[in-house]
Design a protein around this ligand. Structure first.
Ligand SMILES: CC(C)(COP(=O)(O)OP(=O)(O)OC[C@H]1O[C@@H](n2cnc3c(N)ncnc32)[C@H](O)[C@@H]1OP(=O)(O)O)[C@@H](O)C(=O)NCCC(=O)NCCS
Length: 178
């Protein structure tokens, strides 16, 4: 199993990355063309993107984007093919991204994870994002939202962007000290 810089992948492999983004995160990229455009734009900017490939098969891919003068890195995106989920590959990929961010001088790494899909809802879904929000965050339960994955890897819920995706559909901000 190997990590490959997305900038070294073939056009065919980059297309597979776009297909994966569209398949696993259709709310964000509901057309393959949107995912292709996102990848092209990101590769022209100053982020770092890596694909996890096993025997020629794309398992998943993810990236980190520098912000706050490189003190902070945002994970964007983070995706593992559903055929390979819950087998530890996401854990390998996130550790790789964290190591890279640390090597680059990052002090904090974070992910903004929308709580908007109908089948993955955290305890904050439909909660008023302004009413007693610190107490709600203190008792946060990710349930089957991907925030659970980040928390399992040492990330803390540090805030939310209330109603980012419509009323009661917040963006959950999770971060970790590097
Ligand atoms: C989130 C994701 C990258 C995790 O990858 P993975 O390879 O399945 O993760 P691992 O096998 O290393 O870790 C599995 C752990 O994370 C949890 N987990 C993984 N995906 C989860 C999800 N979508 N919702 C809730 N928990 C999740 C598992 O329940 C498991 O924890 P447990 O042992 O306590 O049950 C993967 O599920 C994925 O690509 N999902 C679709 C895209 C997505 O939601 N990306 C994140 C957007 S911010």
């Amino acid at each position: 199993m190997e990590f490959h810089d997305l900038r070294d992948l073939s056009k065919k492999q980059l297309y597979q990355c776009a297909l994966l983004l569209n398949k696993e995160l259709p709310i964000g990229w509901n057309k393959v063309e949107d995912a292709q455009n996102e990848i092209s734009e990101q590769l022209e900017a100053d982020g770092y993107f890596y694909a996890l490939i096993d025997s020629g098969q794309l398992i998943g891919w993810g990236g980190i984007l520098p912000c706050y003068s490189g003190n902070v890195y945002e994970i964007h995106p983070m995706v593992i093919d559903s055929k390979y989920q819950n087998k530890g590959f996401g854990g390998l990929l996130i550790k790789y991204l964290e190591d890279k961010a640390r090597f680059l001088g990052g002090l904090t790494i974070y992910a903004a994870s929308d709580d908007e899909s109908d089948d993955r809802r955290s305890s904050l879904r439909d909660a008023d994002g302004y009413d007693d929000i610190y107490d709600k965050m203190k008792h946060f339960d990710p349930k089957n939202h991907p925030a659970r994955f980040y928390m399992k890897h040492g990330y803390q819920l540090i805030g939310i962007m209330p109603d980012a995706n419509g009323r009661g559909k917040h963006d959950l901000i999770l971060s970790k000290k590097l």
